[in-house]
Design a protein around this ligand. Structure first.
Ligand SMILES: *Cc1c(COP(=O)(O)O)cnc(C)c1O
Length: 422
């Protein structure tokens, strides 16, 4: 099936006389006739639901749709994109493990890995997005368990060389996890380029209406855990907290990763998406294939307008031939990437703030990937604790504006930008 059909139809197929729309199973728990019936669920011997902290049918319908969209074998929903990133890494990498990550990633994920996971005894080596294959190889250690990157990084808008990252990860016997939030599977399916696990902040384009925070994790089912059993004992040796189940033996390569993630991490850390949010997410997914091309059309038009404006110093958008990531984008994102454009206003911090104050249609928000256009000046928002000198060192000019082009008419967006630039 084409991605359009998958967006609309996959995941939930009602039986005769059943609801046409995905039902919201607003129940924390599920009733059984005998304790023996329920015991089988706890032993993972029978499929079924017992408690919504671990699994809920509404979530599973929507997760199945996302798995189909990415071309994966199994998926789960989480309460946020942050939870999806943490679970996908912690399911592979425990105390004493090491992560190789692109340094060009979402700030929240950078902090998760560099600060919070460090407190759990997990170390990281960050590699610049421009790293060569040799430089990437050099980042590995004997205890490396996973490689991480973002297809299009938020907010740097660098494009990951997925095929190269996957090849190097596999040479070291570990999987590649890719955060595919910005392009969504409509514009890029990382599994087709060798990635093993995909994560999403469904909060962004997938929901697409700024209505529900959420995340998703998808497994390609292709990584051979057994071939590297010494690195992944959690998947390849008995789990004593689950009556000695060995996940790869019981659930195969297609189901082991997500089942372990649900049975251990969701059980113990409880970051599940609410069924209400999963329902809203599914409404977003039903039109994702219609919305993404419009976000790209608007992003491209706005980037081209900004690039030739005398008050704009520079523009980052991988659809511009002048962009350093244009070539990689042509390969991985032939239909375009997303609607997020970064640009630097000439002048000082105040010039960027004055520009943003003059905007009438485009709102100031800590958000991206919404139907409504919005923008943010990192120097005075997400990175406001840094001085001008520190910002410069971090590669974030004080005049940088991250602009998320929504679904409005591109001429109206350009008119708003033009009047605000003056
Ligand atoms: C927003 C975002 C996240 C975090 O998602 P939340 O739902 O806000 O927790 C992770 N990765 C990327 C690329 C994002 O844009």
């Amino acid at each position: 099936m084409h991605i359009d059909t998958t967006c609309v139809q996959a995941g939930y197929t009602p039986g005769n006389g059943e609801p046409r729309q995905v039902p919201i199973i607003q129940s924390t728990t599920f009733k059984y006739d005998t304790s023996e019936d329920m015991g089988k669920l706890f032993d993972l011997e029978a499929p079924g639901y017992f408690y919504t902290r671990l699994q809920n049918p509404t979530n599973d319908f929507v997760a199945a749709k996302i798995a189909a969209m990415e071309g994966g074998t199994a998926a789960m929903l989480t309460s946020s994109g942050q939870a999806a990133s943490f679970f996908s890494l912690f399911n592979l990498c425990e105390n004493g493990g090491h992560i190789v990550s692109s340094s060009s990633i979402y700030g929240g994920t950078f902090n998760l890995i560099a600060v919070t996971m460090a407190k759990m005894g997990i170390s990281v080596t960050f590699v610049p997005p421009t790293a060569t294959e040799e430089e990437l190889h050099a980042a590995f250690r004997p205890n490396t368990r996973v490689v991480f990157g973002e297809t299009i990084a938020n907010p740097a808008l660098t494009v990951l060389d997925i095929e190269m990252y996957a090849r190097v990860a596999h040479e070291h016997g570990v999987p590649l996890v890719v955060d595919n939030t910005f392009p969504t599977p409509v514009n890029c399916r990382p599994f087709e380029w060798g990635a093993d696990i995909v994560t999403h902040a469904t909060t962004k384009y997938m929901d697409g209406h700024g209505s529900a925070v959420g995340g998703a994790i998808v497994d390609s089912g292709k990584f051979d855990w057994r071939a590297h059993a010494d690195k992944f004992p959690g998947l390849c040796t008995p789990d004593e907290s689950y009556h000695g189940i060995t996940y790869v033996d019981r659930f195969g390569l297609e189901g082991a990763f997500i089942t372990k993630c649900t049975a251990q991490l969701m059980r113990d850390l409880g970051s599940i998406q609410s069924p209400q949010h999963a329902f809203l997410l599914n409404l977003g997914l039903e039109s994702l294939h219609v919305r993404m091309p419009k976000h790209v059309e608007n992003g491209q038009a706005v980037a081209e307008f900004l690039e030739q404006h005398p008050k704009v110093e520079s523009v980052r958008y991988s659809g511009l031939p002048s962009d350093p990531y244009y070539k990689l984008a042509q390969k991985y994102l032939p239909n375009g990437g997303c609607g997020v454009v970064s640009f630097v206003i000439k002048g000082k911090r105040q010039d960027a703030l004055d520009f943003m104050r003059r905007l009438k249609l485009i709102a100031i928000e800590t958000h991206v990937a919404d139907a409504r256009s919005c923008c943010l000046n990192p120097a005075t928002a997400t990175h406001r604790q840094l001085s001008d000198a520190q910002l410069e060192a971090a590669g974030i000019p004080v005049g940088l504006v991250r602009l998320s082009c929504g679904l409005e008419n591109k001429a109206d967006l350009i008119a708003d930008l033009a009047q605000a630039l003056g």
